[in-house]
Design a protein around this ligand. Structure first.
Ligand SMILES: Cc1cc2nc3c(=O)[nH]c(=O)nc-3n(C[C@H](O)[C@H](O)[C@H](O)COP(=O)(O)O)c2cc1C
Length: 307
């Protein structure tokens, strides 16, 4: 396990902070967002979770996609580092091309100041041990407070953001100075954790206490160029907290109708998970046993393919 030292003492971080101007400037998407917002229907939190069939219930092996339009269209090749392409264009492209769950991360500084902030470069990447990752974008001025706290204390609570929390979550993305807590102005309520000092967000349906395994600098040449670079936190879960009415009887599943997770679809665009379908995972033995599946003719040797 890595030893935690104040982040400002590392050589790589001195490089991270050597540049002074942030290349990350987000211009507002709309000249008058209030006007755009006023033209849209109200958010309906009472809408149920619905199920449909999967897109192509008659799909057979070899059939490919159920929509051939991508085959008919050309594709535009983009070099992320093409001369004159601003970094912000890659940000906009990636966040609109890769839908992400939003994490709400609670940390405490080594001096005891509490911090809350959202991060959607976020995923669970394995369950045994349960491992989560969070990506911190590099910035010239100073590392994100969450990242600094994680490195200094090695602890956090990650909550998965549900619909009912999003405005408060968004507010905590304000870049307030280090040492200023976001808890009070977000209006969220803390609840005590068991294995880490940081408190969890009581309003969250699903929270995870975690310990930092590794903070990996994503410096693949940026420091040499005097450019800020990001970091990847690898976190092992030490406790799960699930709202009681969301947890299935066996303590295994979280009810989507209570959880109501959001996905981030762009810089300011979010999606709800409301309309769902189910698609059982195929097993090789069953697919080969069912002649009608049509899989057999794609495999070289049926006997070898059987597990
Ligand atoms: C929905 C949402 C998702 C975000 N995801 C990330 C992210 O994945 N990585 C990142 O570095 N910043 C992300 N941000 C920006 C941070 O939340 C913001 O820089 C914040 O001020 C960091 O707080 P901290 O300095 O207290 O840690 C996101 C902001 C929002 C609103």
């Amino acid at each position: 396990m890595r030893k935690f030292s104040p982040i400002t003492s590392t050589a790589s971080n001195q490089a991270r902070m050597s540049s002074t101007k942030s290349p990350f400037e987000l211009k507002p998407k709309y000249a008058d967002f209030k006007k755009v917002q006023a033209s849209r229907p109200d958010f309906d939190s009472t809408l149920p979770i619905t199920y449909t069939k999967n897109p192509d219930p008659d799909w057979k092996y070899g059939k490919g996609s159920s929509d051939s339009s991508s085959l008919e269209k050309g594709h535009v090749e983009i070099d992320p580092y093409k001369d004159g392409r601003p970094m912000i264009s890659n940000y906009k492209l990636l966040v609109s091309g890769v839908p992400r769950p939003v994490s709400f991360v609670s940390t405490v500084s080594k001096n005891g100041t509490r911090n809350l902030a959202p991060f959607s470069y976020f995923q669970v990447v394995d369950h045994d041990p349960p491992i989560f990752v969070i990506g911190f974008s590099g910035r010239a001025e100073r590392p994100k407070d969450t990242m600094r706290n994680l490195v200094e204390t090695g602890e956090c609570v990650i909550s998965v953001v549900s619909e009912h929390m999003i405005e408060a979550v968004n507010a905590t993305s304000l870049d307030v100075p280090f040492g200023q807590s976001e808890w009070e102005f977000s209006g969220m309520h803390p609840a005590s954790s068991s294995t880490v000092k940081a408190e969890r967000v009581k309003e969250a349906v699903f929270s995870v206490e975690g310990k930092l395994l590794e903070m990996k600098d994503l410096d693949y040449g940026h420091a040499k160029l005097g450019k800020p670079f990001g970091s990847l936190a690898i976190i092992q879960a030490t406790r799960f907290w699930v709202r009681e009415d969301a947890l299935g009887e066996k303590g295994e599943e979280i009810d989507l109708s209570v959880m109501r997770p959001l996905v981030q679809l762009g810089g300011i665009q979010y999606g709800r998970v409301r309309e769902t379908f189910e698609l059982p995972r195929p097993s090789l033995a069953n697919e080969l046993a069912a002649k009608s599946s049509g899989l057999e003719r794609f495999l070289k040797e049926k006997e070898q393919a059987l597990p």
